[in-house]
Design a protein around this ligand. Sequence first.
Ligand code: ATP
Ligand code: MG
Length: 488
Amino acid sequence: MSLFADLNLSKPVMKALEDMGFESATAIQAEAIPVALSGTDMIGQAQTGTGKTVAFSIPMIERIDTEEDVVQGLILTPTRELCIQVADEIRKVGIHKKVRVLAVYGGQDINRQIKSLKNRPHIIIATPGRLIDHLNRKTIRLQNIRMVVLDEADEMLDMGFVEDIETILSNCPEERQTLLFSATMKPGVKNLAQKFMKDIKHVSVKAQEVTVPLIEQVYYEVTERQKLDVLTRLLDIQNPELAIVFGRTKRRVDELMNALITRGYQADGLHGDLSQRQRDAVMKKFRDGSIDVLVATDVAARGLDVSGVTHVYNFDIPQDIDSYVHRIGRTGRAGKSGIASTFVTPREMEHLHQIERITKRKIAKRPLPTIAEARIGKQRLALDMIVEATNEDLGGYRNLAKELLDQYDSVMLVSAALKLLTKNTNEVPITLTEEQPLRTKRTKPKTDRRDRGRKTGPTGMKPAGGKGKLKQGKKEARSRKKEAVLSW
Ligand SMILES: Nc1ncnc2c1ncn2[C@@H]1O[C@H](COP(=O)(O)OP(=O)(O)OP(=O)(O)O)[C@@H](O)[C@H]1O
Ligand SMILES: [Mg+2]
């Protein structure tokens, strides 16, 4: 166990960490923070949910000079949701030092951002496309940048942001420090690093596996038609606190979300075709628990940290192994446990084995849940609701209860209450549009129905320059996508 106190941090930062309730540094924090504080360029790799955000936020906050009203730190993230989240986290780390932080991302009114820039932020957290817009408009200047962090660098390259990132880095001063973080890496990242970083130190937390051991990994062999029933039965049996269900396409997410609502679940969907306002509203509902099932494309696979996500369901097996690692990593974060269930159609079994081989982890097969088990699950939930309600003020109900008990048998009454409380949506027949099974051939290009299609990325914005033209770099990035390499 490492203490933050051993890392020579400034008082305001130490106080912030105390406010955040962090008692000790995680392994990546203990290893990466001293290296980053020494000023050297660094590539940091550690499993999902192990605190990489704070690992780069602390050195960045320490490097900011609040006497200077210029942008000194820049963090790039692949998606808008992650941009907002990282901004919130670094803001907390910098609160006592009074560091000003601004998130700048696509889909948000650019004029509002320009107005916020008048507050002279010290750190900007941005999605690449929108930052390029600001550079073109000269509303953001990067000439005073001291430190750049590329969070989820491999994903940004996969999304076709390579040219944007190169433009952005070329606009930063040569002598800046560059840090690059992700749970997974791939060769494209190495090329970028060679071009834009110097004397790189690699800090990677050596783990037995790329996935987190606290995540129980299981699979269900299903046909396309069985998937929905299997999912709703599992939701009834497992009763997740919060769950994320990943679907392969935007259409899939929409249909599945509607199907779950029809069957009585508090669900909503997230994908790149929604307006930013809708996306923000969905994330807010998920974070505050007003929905408990988030159905999403891979737009939610990277970096998102929502405490209370106990279950991840891969309704469709992910397109590549990195995506599997990141999707399931939405649970089992910060030392908590979680369950990741993957639905695999018979034709996709080879994909599952490939995931097992590369992650060096056996994924256990589970028998399909039955209607009877689901019914018991729903009844248990009703029972929990009654027991929980006994803690509430039952004032007015007590006399009614006494009246009833004078006339009826107590077991009969409680049974009736349980029956009424047991969710009775049954399995309303719903047919989802079938998804094509994944093919095993690794060189297959991505279909444009994917949420990371060419017109809009998961961020919903046109990549690179906003012209929507597929440039050479992006083609290359896309063909590399299938290489699914977890380390170099
Ligand atoms: N030292 C710490 N002690 C306790 N909790 C921590 C500590 N550092 C970070 N956390 C919490 O752990 C959670 C996961 O952190 P974070 O999102 O940075 O993980 P990550 O490594 O970036 O994961 P991913 O690869 O999925 O992006 C967050 O809720 C964060 O606040
Ligand atoms: Mg992260």
